[in-house]
Write a protein that binds this ligand. Sequence first.
Ligand SMILES: *[C@@H]1O[C@H](CO)[C@@H](O)[C@H](O)[C@H]1NC(C)=O
Ligand SMILES: *[C@@H]1O[C@H](CO)[C@@H](O)[C@H](O)[C@H]1NC(C)=O
Length: 282
Amino acid sequence: MNGVTYSVLVLTALLALDGVKGKPMGNVIDLDKYFEEADLNSQERVVGGYDVPEDEYVPYQVSMQFLTRSGKMRHFCGGSLIAPNRVLTAAHCVNGQNASRISVVAGIRDLNDSSGFRSQVQSYEMNENYQELVTSDIAILKIDPPFELDEKRVSTIDVSGSDTVGADQEVLLTGWGSVFHFGTGPFAKYPTVLQKLTYKTLSNSKCKETMTQLTDTEICALERFGKGACNGDSGGPLVMKSGESYKQVGVVSYGTAFCASNNPDVYTRVSMFDGWIKERMA
Ligand SMILES: *[C@@H]1O[C@H](CO)[C@@H](O)[C@H](O)[C@H]1NC(C)=O
Ligand SMILES: *[C@@H]1O[C@H](CO)[C@@H](O)[C@H](O)[C@H]1NC(C)=O
């Protein structure tokens, strides 16, 4: 062991608090408890990135929101629109959750913007091989109504293809996750404006030096200290330029307990799930 603590990038501290209580595939995050205990009126996230400029949208990015007991809709994970009625996210974002309390919002850059479009999650499917912090952290949500695509605020992202993305490729991460290293507690700051960060992929062998549990179903990216994914970014898209458009190559999965502390971010490698995704698009 190298003494590094890994954690999923949803609302980390919760996993530690809750422990295990008879759920399908490992830890289930108690979102009721989280939103009742945390003061998220100042919401924040992507460490070291910058605001998506005003009037610019990341049209495939969606915010997954949880209906709290007090009737508020709270961002807890990211996702990407892969068809008008399908969202790709991380399995750990939905594992054990009640689909009827989750909706997704598209067409916004600011979580405060009430002019976005909301659709209800009808059901979700997690990859059958999912193991937290190990492999296949990917899930697909069926949503209704389907989003209307307008290409500026709302559009789908291409996830097709099984070509393996190598090291040193420029990739773009977007999310509403914590913008400080310490994802929860007094130092957590959650932005309402979507953050973006351009950085580079790392080879799996290099990544494995730190992230020792890494498997072929994952892809890593690394920036210097102070830049990377953080809590609340989970499930969100890592994309790569492909000609004139973008292709999604990763789904935010996990990192080390202190975000952006010079350790790689681990993503689910989308190309490994090409067949699995295609079967679930119809
Ligand atoms: C899921 O949430 C809905 C809406 O809040 C509620 O009516 C239903 O009882 C919940 N189902 C379970 C299994 O908790
Ligand atoms: C979003 O709303 C919250 C709560 O009303 C407020 O504190 C915050 O300043 C708003 N953020 C922006 C970017 O307008």
